[in-house]
Design a binder for this molecule. Structure first.
Ligand code: AMP
Length: 399
């Protein structure tokens, strides 16, 4: 069974074609610069690579090109789109409307589009991509949507409500939704399996650290709290996002700069975080390099991230009344021994102790980093959101 997994943004359309018989990726790529000019990068499992400029006025042309790359010419991996059993789409915001994956219908697409106010950058783009996909793939191919927010829908109201007047929740749906849910769900389940334990018996702090980062408390396989909030801006310091800031500092800075709400939002989303604090880069590797060379602000940015993560571990351990395992995932979590080392330092009260050598030498693979003495197991668990979307897609269409 083949599943095409699609992750659409406003100007990009990333895809993976997965063979669910052995969960191998047959081809993957990205249709980039949609609405600007257009570029396709496409790679097959056996190493054939296509990099070409295209014309992508809309997501429809991008889908057409994607279909062409998969089915015709020297970079193809299938003969026809009829060979694909289903398409699974990643959707960022499902709000309180969607707490599980569902089959795509025109009404569902409208509902996703209707939530765009809560995720302006993402949901409208998802709706455009869904409509484009519906035009391009065979009408008989089912499509499934999998929501980033769905895993977090198990949070209790005391965790997801803000201290704003209740009417803002009722009228405008202002609350914590949480993001990266598909990743946290995938890695927490993979961790339980690696530990040989039933996930229902585990209290896990899951750290997804990448350009965007979020920490989630997973108790008995369910999210009980998470660091991202109403939008993916909340929580820890990120590449270009500020993370949690005193709301009064936000209104104060906006008035000092004369920013409109949209401009202030841009400032916090695009010019803050690692980039804003360090003045060096939004990329963790650049931050580590600069810090090593003695750049004090890069060191500060790095220290801030580790300190904030430590505080989340502490607060989520309190929220779960314990912690069995701590896991790292995402580009930083899987690859940066520096960040993992700083997070696990001075955590002896929690009984967290990692093997430094193993931590230094491990990148991007499933690995237990904690020592036998550690009271908490510490793991690297590579994430694979596309695979979970493909699994969810198959599970739903098989029903
Ligand atoms: P993601 O958004 O999950 O793709 O993660 C991107 C982040 O991972 C960037 O900040 C990268 O600098 C960071 N990253 C990727 N590889 C490494 C590495 N080998 N060492 C440190 N950070 C890394």
């Amino acid at each position: 069974m083949l599943v095409l997994v699609v992750n659409a943004g406003s100007s990009s359309l990333k895809y993976q074609l997965i063979n669910m018989d052995d969960e191998s990726v047959l081809a993957k790529g990205n249709c980039d610069r949609i609405g600007i000019d257009g570029h396709l990068s496409h790679k097959t499992a056996d190493g054939r690579k296509l990099d070409t400029d295209c014309t992508f006025p809309t997501h429809t042309e991008a889908f057409e090109k994607l279909v062409e790359a998969l089915t015709t010419g020297e970079y193809s991996v299938i003969k026809s789109m009829d060979e694909i059993s289903a398409v699974g789409h990643r959707i960022v915001q499902g709000a309180e409307v969607f707490d599980r994956p569902c089959l795509v219908t025109p009404e569902i697409i409208d509902q996703i589009d209707g939530l765009a106010e809560l995720a302006p950058v993402h949901n409208h783009a998802h709706a455009l991509a869904l409509r484009a996909c519906t035009k391009v793939i065979p009408a008989t191919t089912p499509q499934v949507v999998v929501f980033d927010t769905a895993f977090h829908q198990t949070m209790p109201p005391k965790a997801y409500m803000f201290g704003l007047p209740y009417e803002d929740y009722e009228k405008y749906h202002v609350r914590k939704y949480g993001f990266h849910g598909t990743s946290h769900r995938f890695v927490s389940a993979a961790l339980a399996e690696a530990m040989g334990k039933n996930i229902e018996d585990l209290k896990i702090v899951s750290c997804h650290l990448g350009n965007g980062s979020s920490i989630t408390a997973v108790k008995g396989g369910k999210c009980i709290d998470t660091s991202m909030g109403f939008t993916p801006l909340d929580g820890v310091l990120m590449g270009t996002r500020c993370g949690a800031v005193d709301p009064s500092a936000v209104t104060f800075v906006a008035s000092k700069h004369g920013f409109t709400p949209d401009e202030m939002s841009q400032y916090m989303n695009k010019q803050s975080g690692f980039l804003g604090v360090s003045g060096v880069s939004s990329d963790n590797r650049d931050i580590n390099d600069a810090a090593e060379k003695g750049n004090a602000r890069a060191q500060l940015a790095s220290d801030m991230l580790a300190y904030e993560i430590q505080k989340y571990i502490g607060s989520y351990t309190a929220a779960m009344d314990g912690i069995d395992a701590l896991l790292f995932t995402g580009g930083i979590g899987e690859n940066s021994w520096e960040v993992r080392e700083r997070v696990c330092q001075n955590m002896s009260y929690f009984g967290i102790e990692i093997d430094d050598e193993l931590n230094h030498s491990t990148r991007g693979q499933l690995m237990k980093l904690s020592t036998p003495n550690s009271k908490v197991e510490v793991w690297i668990v590579p994430t694979n959101e596309e695979l979970l979307i493909a699994r969810d897609t198959i599970a739903l269409i098989s029903k």
